[in-house]
Write a protein that binds this ligand. Structure first.
Ligand code: AMP
Ligand code: ZN
Length: 494
């Protein structure tokens, strides 16, 4: 029997504001869509927090035995400078400033995004579609929405008619906004725009002559509105209705509200069963953001090269810091907090390593099965990683007590603690024991140097001193020193 039948997962659904028992549309399979990055600059740690939060979700669903199709898009067109749908495309602007092709911008920052997430040990999604790769599908969806009467064309642009939609459906149901309040709060003047109402949003925009990212369509040479790509790519790869849609809290409105409206307008179906929103990472109490410059880049954390940091921290420590907070809580970044996380993480890893050394007894002084279930209970409660980590520390205390000769552990319990710790720390939380990784690499390096030492000895036997000196000098130039002695040749890393 699959683990998901024994462990009843609950997910906080942003649509209902309640934790609901997770029951996917088709048993054993989960379709999950998460809004990906707009690739016009390096991802900051705030972006990474959101992607690490959904990596945790992906990993736990897989751990429970679900077959998960995880789709996360790359926004490489259509995201304008501000959400009022005016201004330049973010990618085109960067291309103009750096005098390179927009697709060079896209390539550069997509590679950066992948590299960084790999360092954080995020699993790659099952499908990673791009907006520019789905222009045809986006045009088809616009046609459908126009046919159903929920969109209109003006001067080569197509807008979604929010008022018309709201008569039959509910625009604002995710964000809890009433359309009347939206009207009262709007700053956009109707006279400045082709739209019938300021609340309407673009499905297709006619490109100004200077706009370089453009495609032909029945309405004009132009480009799709930002909200549309997610509707199109989620339905293409997961179906018109799917299980989980995620993203950062800041995308709830207007982006996700518009996605629901587009989906319902095109198909008559509410596309998403469970909406999940990850909360923001802040720096000095303010949201980390690309636009304000109030952010820290992951590479600055890995090198320590940032005025907010006293030292470098490994990707796993930064990931541990992020997972020590609930994904739905705001988390403030600080050097102090990272240092505390580093200490905690090391204590956790040390306990896992100590486990092997523990002497076993005929019984245990700790209720291991109950503890194991508490680990699951934490994750079943809407992926509550801080509670899971606190529960893992209960085992750390126990392991240390056995080590000190105060507690006792049976053979089978030792196995259970080991497999449970490893499953949760490495598979579910996705942390990496970098000390093990380093030891492993050091062993390989030592093996390689030994091979070179043997080759050098052979060269000397053959009186080929040029080669033997070359091996010694070149090793020295990369910081590996050979020392000849009576017992043979030893080496040291400088
Ligand atoms: P963007 O590239 O701006 O579209 O953002 C990519 C993802 O990062 C989105 O899901 C955002 O909601 C998320 N995000 C942006 N800023 C933060 C932040 N300070 N903390 C957490 N997530 C963020
Ligand atoms: Zn999206």
């Amino acid at each position: 029997m699959a683990l998901y039948n024994e462990q009843r997962l609950k997910i906080y659904n942003s649509m209902t504001g309640e934790k609901e028992i997770f029951s996917p549309l088709s048993e054993g399979y989960v379709g999950m869509y998460v809004c990906g990055p707009t690739v016009y600059s390096n991802v900051h740690l705030g972006n990474c927090r959101t992607f690490i939060s959904f990596d945790l979700v992906f990993r736990y669903l897989k751990h429970l035995g679900y077959k998960v199709r995880y789709v996360r898009n790359i926004t490489d067109a259509g995201h304008l400078e501000n959400d009022a749908e005016t201004g330049e495309d973010r990618i085109a602007k960067k291309a103009r400033l750096e005098q390179i092709e927009p697709m060079e911008v896209v390539q550069r920052y997509t590679i950066d995004f992948h590299n960084i997430l790999q360092k954080f040990n995020n699993l790659p999604p099952s499908i990673e579609p791009t907006a520019t790769g789905h222009i045809v599908e986006q045009i088809e969806t616009i046609k459908k929405i126009v046919e159903k009467g929920f969109a209109y064309e003006v001067n080569g642009s197509v807008y979604f008619d929010v008022f018309k939609f709201n008569k039959e459906h509910h625009y604002g149901k995710l964000s809890g906004r009433a359309i009347e309040d939206m009207i009262a709060n709007t700053r956009e003047l109707a006279a400045q725009s082709d739209k019938r109402n300021p609340q309407d949003f673009a499905l297709w925009k006619k490109a100004e002559p200077q706009h370089i990212m453009r495609w032909p369509s029945p309405w004009s040479d132009g480009f799709p509105g930002w909200h549309l790509e997610c509707t199109v790519m989620s339905s293409k790869y997961l179906g018109e209705e799917f299980d989980i849609h995620g993203g950062g809290m800041d995308l709830k409105f207007p982006h996700h509200e518009c996605e629901i409206a587009q989906g319902e307008a095109a198909t008559g179906k509410d596309p998403v069963k469970y909406w999940m929103h990850a909360n923001m990472l802040t720096l000095n109490g303010k949201k980390m953001a690309k636009s304000t410059g109030n952010n820290i880049l992951p590479t600055e954390i890995f090198t320590g090269d940032n005025e907010n940091l006293s030292k470098a921290f490994s990707p796993s420590v930064a990931r541990f810091f992020i997972l020590q907070a609930n994904y739905r809580s705001i988390l403030d970044f600080s050097d102090e907090a990272l240092k505390a996380s580093e200490k905690g993480f090391n204590r956790l890893l040390e306990a896992v390593r100590n486990l092997d050394l523990l002497a076993v007894s005929s019984s245990s002084s700790f209720s291991v099965e109950e503890w194991k279930q508490r680990c699951y209970d934490a994750m079943n409660d809407d992926f509550n990683s801080p509670i899971l980590i606190a529960t893992l520390f209960d085992a750390v205390k126990f392991i240390n007590s056995v080590k000190e000769g105060e507690g006792k552990i049976s053979e089978t319990d030792k196995e259970t603690v080991k497999s449970t710790m490893e499953a949760f720390i490495f598979d579910v939380l996705g942390l990496v024991d970098t000390t093990v990784e380093n030891t492993d690499q050091t062993e390989k390096l030592s093996g390689a140097v030994d091979i070179l030492i043997k080759l050098r000895a052979q060269a000397r036997e053959n009186k080929d001193f040029a080669t033997s000196d070359q091996i010694r000098d070149q090793l020295l130039s990369i910081g590996i020193q050979l020392k000849d002695g009576k017992e043979g040749t030893a080496f040291s890393f400088e």
